[in-house]
Design a protein around this ligand. Structure first.
Ligand code: AN7
Length: 344
């Protein structure tokens, strides 16, 4: 049968109310891409769960199909979220699909171009906050407590329900859970969802390596970060809404949450792209964490099955590449010039 989206495929395993009306863009069913060179380097079987191939280019679509489907079923007319960008684009797309009004609050000047453009293209009302993601989240929580507007951040339990499906897919493809799952951690909805998903699916439990950016690492420092800063703007979050659950997932899985520098993130992004998988900076944090741990000798990858979750597509944040890396050479449009520049 042709693929009909996540609620169709896994809805019976998700705790969604009876009033839920399926709103889908055929999200999910993303590839688990084997990475032969990285596998050889670490002596393991390493695969990328490439969540950048969802309809709006990030894993957020898994949770959003569930949250919007529930909101529509209960008669909501307007949805709102705070976002570092990907949630905004996803909420905008699913709200558009459902015919709902979408309002998204983003931190001024700190959202990658592809995400902002997406939110606008799908027709959301985009509002920039003179503050951080955390300030924006506080505002949307307050307004949804006082008005009928529906909250679609991952505080909304249906977001987490939808996002469990990635754990199910990994087990379905591999036949069992991997030994390790490495992923970025921002507001901590995704790590919470993966852990819940693996526990529920009963195909074994991975150890979880959650990775934050060093300038936005509240779960590593053990306290909120007032002014989070990182090139990985997706995870520029100082007060994760599901921080406690993230720490629990790490502890219960016998894993951990660590921090990596922006330089380590960019290097991991480059390495992934050099093997054909271009992801946005935050999405490279999982591999950056694995490399950092390996280099310190605190992570023995040998013989292990490792899944690295790449949460968003590289196209989301093109300026990271065009600003920081060398731009194309410019030559006159003639054969001699071409020959001299390529040195053939
Ligand atoms: C690419 O879009 O928080 O730990 O508002 O976009 O579940 O928050 C995005 C988060 C990882 C972190 N990778 O996931 C938002 C937002 C990418 C992301 C994360 C985000 P969570």
């Amino acid at each position: 049968m042709t693929y009909q989206g996540l609620i169709h495929r896994y809805g019976h395993l998700l705790d969604l109310p009876a009033h839920t009306q399926n709103i889908s863009l055929l999200e999910g069913n993303t590839p688990l891409i084997p990475m032969p060179r990285l596998s050889a380097e670490f002596g393991c079987e390493l695969s990328i769960k490439f969540e950048g191939l969802n309809p709006t280019g990030s894993f957020k679509d898994r949770g959003m199909t569930a949250a919007i489907s529930e909101a529509v079923g209960r008669g909501a007319q307007t949805v709102i979220c705070a976002s570092t960008g990907n949630t905004a684009a996803s909420a905008a797309a699913y709200a558009a699909r459902a015919g709902l009004r979408a309002i998204v609050l983003i931190p001024e000047g700190k959202v990658a171009a592809g995400k902002l453009a997406g939110a606008i293209a799908y027709g959301a009302e985009v509002i920039q906050i003179q503050g951080s993601f955390d300030d924006a989240l506080t505002l949307v929580v307050e307004i949804t407590q006082k008005t009928p507007i529906a909250l679609v951040n991952s505080i909304n339990p249906y977001r987490v329900e939808g996002q469990k499906t990635s754990a199910f897919e990994i087990c379905d493809v591999m036949g069992f859970a991997p030994d390790w799952l490495c992923l970025p951690v921002g507001n901590a909805g995704n790590i919470t969802a993966y852990w819940a998903g693996f526990k529920q699916y009963e195909k074994g439990l991975p150890r979880i390596l959650g990775v934050q950016a060093a300038g936005a690492a509240p779960l590593v420092l053990g306290h909120p970060v007032e002014k989070p800063e990182t090139i990985a703007t997706a995870i520029r979050i100082g007060k994760p809404a599901r921080g406690e659950q993230a720490l629990e997932a790490a502890e219960q899985s016998n894993g951990r949450i660590i921090a990596v520098t922006d330089a380590e993130i960019l290097e991991a992004q480059r390495i992934l792209a050099s093997e054909g998988v271009w992801v946005e900076p935050a999405s490279a944090a999982g591999l950056a964490g694995l490399r950092a741990e390996s280099a310190r000798g605190t992570f023995d990858a040998r013989g292990k099955k490792i899944v690295v979750v790449c949460t968003g597509h590289g196209l989301k944040d093109p300026s990271v590449i065009t600003d920081l890396f060398s731009s194309p050479k410019i030559i006159p449009a003639n054969y001699e010039a071409l020959l001299s520049v390529i040195g053939a």
